[in-house]
Design a protein around this ligand. Structure first.
Ligand code: UD1
Length: 312
């Protein structure tokens, strides 16, 4: 049994990681400042985890949180492109300074490995598809820059201090517990909850933008594989975490109509600043290095997510 520290444990991805680790009989500690995460996400597991309400910007709290830990899964962030455009300083503090604190604390505590929630936004709007890890990054939004800077810190801590780090570039992760309530929420959480309520969703732009939407179970699996894969294959490396298939927002809306019994049309509006047009991953490096294979495809993931929100 190993001890895992999850930063951002009260978030959608953090709490999903915690559930899976507990199911596998592992020990879980977690920190969250509850700025975007919710205690509600931890409701049925709170008595089985060591939860600490703390901010990753608090180095002392991070040192205490890392004591005795084997693996750190660093998910804590302010995860929003448009929010970072409005508040680049806040985005940088949480997404870069926070990451450096976690790394320093993990290094000092001699943690075995840190796995980082990096972002596909690092690729930017370069026309080449699919995106592969050897491509030169070209981030657009402050959020994307911050996530990429933190990737470089991960690699730097491996090179300078031999702290084993692995970066997982998440491509639009979705699923149960993703918060639909903020204007910055992921598009699928928003669309599904609105359509279930009979409300008209808004598509920013012509709806022909596409994403490699990735169901949460695939991201959870990638994190656990990244902890256990041999160091010579993964330490100091970056891996796409995705499905290798893209769908447009218009196609997604059509798939959701029968699942949510919504018969209206979407409302089209102006494109959103800082957005990229298309996103699609090459997942061959993750397949070779981590032994990763997407387990749940997009349609199945949509169905499971709609069922979860409907039952809520
Ligand atoms: C981006 C990053 C992703 C990151 C996430 C954090 C890319 C490819 N991905 O996702 O790595 O984790 O930010 O937030 O850069 N949209 C609508 N209507 C809505 C909401 C959104 O049409 O009500 C559109 C957006 O304009 C965008 C698409 O849906 O074109 C996806 O948006 P969103 O879910 O916010 O994710 P990304 O910005 O792609």
């Amino acid at each position: 049994m190993a001890l895992y520290l999850i930063t951002g444990i009260a978030g959608f991805i953090g709490s999903s990681l915690a559930r899976e680790l507990l199911a596998r009989g592992e020990q879980v500690r977690g920190v969250d400042n509850l700025s975007t995460g919710h205690r509600e996400n931890l409701k049925e597991i709170l008595d089985r985890i060591d939860f600490r309400e703390a901010d990753i910007l608090d180095l002392d709290a991070m040192h205490k949180a890392c004591a005795g830990v084997d693996f750190v899964l660093h998910q804590a962030a302010i995860p929003s492109v448009p929010k970072s455009v409005l508040d680049p300083l806040g985005s940088n503090r949480a997404n870069v300074d926070g990451t450096v604190n976690v790394l320093v604390a993990a290094r000092d505590a001699k943690v075995k490995r840190v796995v980082y929630a990096a972002s596909s936004s690092a690729y930017g709007d370069t026309p080449t598809l699919p995106k592969h890890e050897a491509m030169k990054p070209d981030p657009i939004s402050p959020y994307a820059v911050a996530k990429l800077a933190s990737e470089h810190y991960m690699v730097s801590f491996y090179r300078c201090y031999q702290l084993e780090t692995v970066c997982l570039r998440y491509f639009n992760i979705f699923g149960p517990r993703q918060d639909p309530s903020s204007p910055y929420s992921g598009v699928l959480a928003k669309f599904i909850t609105m359509m279930l309520r009979g409300e008209q969703p808004a598509i920013y732009g012509d709806g022909e933008q596409s994403r490699d939407f990735t169901y949460i179970d695939n991201a959870v699996a990638a994190n656990l594989l990244a902890c256990k894969a041999p160091a010579d294959k993964v330490a100091g490396q970056v891996f796409n975490t995705a499905t290798g298939r893209r769908v447009t927002l218009n196609q997604t809306f059509k798939l959701l109509q029968p699942l949510t019994s919504y018969h209206g049309q979407p409302k089209y509006g102006p494109e959103r600043g800082g957005d990229i047009k298309h996103s699609l991953a090459d997942i061959s490096k993750a397949e070779a290095g981590l032994g990763y294979k997407p387990k749940v495809d997009f349609e199945e993931g949509l169905q499971r997510t709609v069922e979860w929100y409907r039952a809520k």
